[in-house]
Structure formats: C-alpha cells, structure tokens
Design a protein around this ligand. Sequence first.
Ligand code: 5RP
Length: 219
Amino acid sequence: MNVSDKKRNAAKASLEFIKPGTSLGVGTGSTVNFLIELLPQVRDRIDSIVSSSKASTALLEGLGFKVSTLNEVGDIDLYIDGTDESNKRLQLIKGGGGALTREKVLAAAARRFVCIADDSKLVGMLGGFPLPIEVLPMAQELVSRRMLKMRGHPIWREGFITDNGNHILDVSDLQISNPIEMEARINRIPGVVTVGIFADRPADVLLLGDDDGVREMRV
Ligand code: 5RP
C-alpha cells in the first residue's frame, strides 16, 4: 500500500472518535488534509471546529464549515492531528508543517488527542526527524547557539514565516532519550516560542495506517 493510502486510512479511522456534539480541533498537514476531505460525512456530529493553522482553516471553510476560535469554544472534546514521529509512549515530534505552536495549544486544550499517521512515523527514539522549534526572529541566533551546545545542528527554515509571524529552526542530531526533560529544557531558552516535542502532553491514541489496514495504539 502506498503512503497516501495509509494516511487516508488512518484519517478515515479517526472519524469513529467524532461522537454527536463533538467540539473538534483539526491539525495540519497532508494526513489531516485527508481527514478534512472526509469531515462532511460526519458534519451532523460536529458541534464546533477549531483549527491549528491558516491552511487548515482555508480548507475547512472551503467545505462550508464555520471555524471558531479556541477562545470562543473553550476546551475541546477531541483533537485530531498528524505527526512527524511517534514513539511507543505516543510522545511526538511535530512541526514539519510549521504549525506546532497552535497544534500544541489545541492538544493542551483537548480532552482527547488522536494522532493519525502512516506506519513510517513510529520510531524507537525521537530525533531522527529534525526537531522543529518556533523562535522569535530576534532570538534565532541565540537559540541556534544553545542548540549547538546541546550537540544539535540547527538549520533556519529560510523564507518560512509561521502563522504567528515567527521563524522555525530545524535541529538535527539531537539524542532525545528523555523527551519530557528535553521539551522542558528547550522551552526554557529565552526566545523559544514552542518546541516540537509533544511529550508533556502526548497523544492518547495513535492510529497508524499500515499494509494491513489501521493499527490502534494507546499508552
Ligand atoms: C504540522 C505537523 C504535521 O502534523 C506533521 O508535519 C505531519 O505531516 P504529514 O501529515 O504531512 O505527514 O506537525 O506542523
């Protein structure tokens, strides 16, 4: 099965988690785009929608959904999003699409976080995928130097501005053996807006599309 089919199958499986009256948070990325295409099938079960990016908002509005702000909705019942990596504890690296800050806010506000992905995203240890960090533009060099001290190799995602007006550093070669500790440590660097480690608030459910269908993992 090709990767797109695996992503589409995982997205389809996540529809089961949308119960009548759900306030739904929608993530960002190619896997979530499959979910967005399928959402009209369950429109009558959705009470409200909050989005993690301008890109997802545009797709949702194109399908006739009203997108509310998190401030209007309050905590949400369910957040569905993709990932760049997940370990067995459903701790994630996210931000390949650059939407990590709003994604982390929605994950924090969600009673349940369902992650959808193809099976290549499941890894033994996080860090093979370069870790995205959203930084204030004026702090980009400071944060880069701190990452070098942590034996990472930061690259500025040149030309990319986040929905919040900030820059992204992609940091390779970090050994993320303790994701909770590393998330907290990087968050403490002045100028870091959000680090793409989702360990303090991991996913609750991981739906992995593979050659046989969809495998469900829980912590
Ligand atoms: C965007 C993300 C995405 O969830 C992540 O990059 C996965 O993307 P895709 O579904 O295209 O593989 O974190 O910021």
